[in-house]
Design a protein around this ligand. Structure first.
Ligand code: 5AD
Ligand code: SF4
Length: 487
């Protein structure tokens, strides 16, 4: 992240007739200056500033990447209008973790094609995990010729350069990298919320769970330097942020491969010292790497939120082995119960996959058993999706759809029951809530989150957004509360 004033100063120093610098991020500053010039000519032609819209699919990593794209577009002179239909530049930031994510992208691209017919000057960019798949690129080249710019996850830092080149060309520009270990700091970012922000602490994943495409599309694990992370958080706090979410596919292995190794728990302790920062969240944890050191740091922290997302995936040791998860049912339960013992008010949430190849009813019984023993506060349940190129895709015994559906419903019912039991346990307590938004349906209400991530609706107005409030929880409605402010 870089401050706007500092960036603009740097951009002014370039002679755009010269060739661009080779080093990053200076090279991108050069291209930002170049694109800014082209966009200002476009502004004159249109008689208004051109608009953009970034549409994000998938996880919080993608949401953060979209903020980086928006940061660059705003810097070069586009304005965000939040809707794809009337934008001059639309970007889809895609996800490919399950096939339905891909199908959604193709569906929306079809709609976009019609918008572009109405507005032939519209530019369309597409990036993210889906673009790291060769078969998708082939399909884009063949059936989606109206797309102007295609790039992947490894070269997103080059976005300014890609846009500058796209604006000077009428051809489809495709730039996909297979992998990189490069991390480029100090690029501009805009935030969706002024008071909270995600922060990448690491990129990629080395775990190769047998069903998962992420290691293939996001590449090998690489951690940012703790100094860069701390500096970014300090800048965010100075800019009004009070809650941060540290992002990584497997935050528990943060820092292991740095020149000066540091554990995730140690990083958290350093972040805790940042004055003005009120809340720290992180995601995602892999159970196999979750240390006692981390549990102790969470327990003793005043800022780390009482929430841990601990993906189970399956409760059957046999399936876990096939999934290459590297823990057993018993190890997982022991870990979860240890966490509950040490931090009793913690909320535990999870991801579960139903229908992994070879999964039997008895395996699903094991999953249900874990759900009951751990008593999740919430769980995301997914139907297994076959991802080409992963080991699981080649496994025999793909489970018939009707069996998957039946088991999916069994799991879902159990999850709903445990989460209801857990949520109700906070009723009538006084808690701290960060107010995040006006309520969607009722403009006399605001909506916020407790430390444990549960949603609370309460009477209030927009002046409360971004503040921490002491709230009494009056009513429990399954996964959310109705409360009122106390002082
Ligand atoms: N099918 C279904 N769910 C998957 N996930 C990852 N890969 C797949 C797949 N092939 C789920 C896992 C992971 C979450 C982000 O997505 O549960 O934790
Ligand atoms: Fe995928 Fe497993 Fe890595 Fe998570 S830990 S991103 S499920 S390979």
């Amino acid at each position: 992240m870089i401050k706007k004033d500092d960036l603009e100063l740097k951009m002014k120093q370039f002679d755009l007739a010269m060739s661009p610098p080779d080093t990053e991020p200076e090279r991108q500053y050069f291209y930002m200056a170049k694109a800014k010039k082209t966009v200002s000519e476009l502004t004159k032609k249109l008689g208004r500033k051109p608009t953009f819209c970034v549409v994000t699919f998938g996880c919080q990593m993608n949401a953060r990447d979209s903020e980086k794209l928006a940061g660059i577009l705003e810097e070069i002179g586009y304005i965000d209008n939040g809707e794809d239909e009337n934008s001059d530049f639309v970007i889809f930031n895609t996800c490919t973790v399950r096939d339905n994510a891909n199908q959604r992208v193709y569906g929306r691209l079809g709609v976009l094609k019609n918008y572009k017919k109405k507005n032939p000057d519209m530019r369309i960019g597409i990036c993210g995990c889906m673009m790291q798949e060769q078969s998708v690129i082939e399909k884009m080249k063949k059936s989606y010729r109206f797309v102007d710019l295609i790039f992947g996850t490894h070269n997103i830092f080059k976005f300014a350069e890609l846009v500058a080149n796209m604006l000077e060309s009428d051809d489809m520009l495709i730039d996909i990298w297979k992998d990189t270990d490069q991390i480029v700091e100090d690029l501009p970012i805009v935030r969706k919320y002024p008071f909270k922000s995600g922060i990448n602490i690491m990129f990629g994943c080395n775990n190769f769970c047998s069903y998962c495409i992420v290691p293939y599309v996001r590449g090998r694990e690489r951690s940012r330097n703790p100094e860069d992370i701390i500096r970014e958080i300090e800048m965010l706090v100075a800019d009004g942020v009070i809650e941060i979410m540290l992002l990584g596919q497997n935050v528990n292995s943060y820092g292991k491969n740095l020149d000066e190794p540091i554990s995730f728990a140690q990083l958290l302790q350093r972040i805790e010292q940042i004055e003005g920062l009120e809340r720290i969240r992180f995601m995602t944890s892999h159970p196999k790497d979750l240390s006692d050191e981390l549990i102790a740091v969470m327990r003793d922290s005043k800022k780390i939120c009482r929430h841990l997302h601990l993906p189970l995936q399956s409760g059957s040791t046999r399936i876990l082995e096939q999934m290459n998860r590297r823990y057993t049912k018993e190890q997982y339960i022991d870990l979860a119960l240890k966490i509950r013992r040490e931090i009793p008010d913690i909320s535990l949430t999870t991801d579960i996959i139903v229908g992994f190849p070879g999964e039997t009813d008895a395996d699903v019984d094991d999953t249900i058993d874990v759900i009951k023993k751990v008593g999740y506060d919430n769980a995301f349940t997914f139907i297994y999706s076959k991802r080409t190129g992963t080991p699981a895709a080649a496994m025999e015994n793909q489970v018939p759809e009707d069996v998957v559906k039946r088991n999916f419903n069994r799991v879902l019912e159990t999850v709903q029951q445990t989460s209801k039991n857990r949520t109700v346990s906070f009723l009538n307590q006084d808690v701290t809530v960060l107010i995040e938004d006006m309520n969607d349906q009722d403009d006399t209400l605001v909506t916020g989150r407790m430390s444990n991530n549960t949603i609370v609706h309460l009477k209030g107005d927009c002046s409360m957004i971004g503040t921490l409030q002491k709230v009494h929880l009056d009513e429990c409605h399954g996964f959310y509360y109705i409360g009122h402010v106390i002082d």
